[in-house]
Design a protein around this ligand. Structure first.
Ligand SMILES: [Zn+2]
Length: 238
């Protein structure tokens, strides 16, 4: 089966990779719920990762993200992240990488132009639309940092529960799916929309790479059972 997918990849002019939480888990990034250790064990992530929670208690939510950022900083991209980055470097413009993960591991492995559907936990943005006074580099340090002119707060640049995905990123991901000759769907259960919908609108072949069955298997052209860190290097080497 892997030989077949390698053949499709070799013939593909445009490929797309869609990665999800399983890819991060292989690097040791704890899932949302498993990551609730120590002080945070009694808090429900679904109650913290919302705009409402941040406005009600910005210091607490900011500190929770600081804790999550530290967890992410302690792990390393795995061989699957590195294989995707190396392939894109050897074959510029042939692989568009779309991820549901916010940990930035693809970027740290060297992938450029990653379409991060749910944002990046290591980046911040303004909570409210910025005024002329709002300059990120001049924000007053704190939990969270804020604009000394108007008090606008910095917040993590991730998509919170109840928020829409970044429009342009989603449009770029849909265009990549509609153009691709082959989509590799890696480490995702296939349950999360609209990301999972990208696999369904893929123009070309769809290959699933996951240790367990996924919701997308029945619609896929190939299913490779296994870990990304083992299968992606085999699949993507020249
Ligand atoms: Zn301001």
């Amino acid at each position: 089966m892997i030989g077949q997918v390698r053949q499709w990849l070799g013939a593909a002019r445009h490929g797309a990779g869609l990665t999800g939480a399983g890819m991060s888990a292989e690097s040791g990034v704890p899932t949302f719920r498993d990551g609730q250790t120590g002080l945070w064990a009694k808090f429900d992530p679904q109650q913290l990762a919302t705009e409402e929670a941040f406005r009600a208690n910005p210091a607490m939510v900011w500190d929770w993200y600081a804790f999550r950022r530290e967890m992410v900083a302690r792990v390393e991209p795995n061989a699957g992240h590195r294989a995707l980055a190396a392939f894109a470097q050897r074959h510029p413009q042939r692989l568009t990488l779309i991820t549901q993960n916010v940990d930035g591991l693809h970027q740290r492995a060297g992938s450029v132009g990653v379409l991060a559907l749910h944002g990046n936990i290591s980046e911040d943005k303004w909570l409210d639309a910025p005024n002329a006074c709002c300059n990120p580099s001049l924000a007053l340090p704190g939990s969270p940092p804020c604009c000394k002119g108007c008090g606008n707060m910095r917040r993590p640049a991730v998509v919170w529960f109840g928020e829409a995905l970044p429009l342009q990123t989603l449009a770029d991901a849909e265009a990549a799916a509609q153009e691709c000759d082959l989509m590799l769907v890696v480490g995702t259960s296939g349950l999360v929309y609209p990301a999972a919908g990208l696999a369904r609108i893929a123009r070309g072949k769809v290959a699933i790479i996951n240790p367990e069955p996924t919701e997308l298997d029945s619609a896929a052209d190939a299913v490779l059972r296994g870990k990304a860190a083992q299968l992606l290097p085999q699949l993507l080497e020249d």
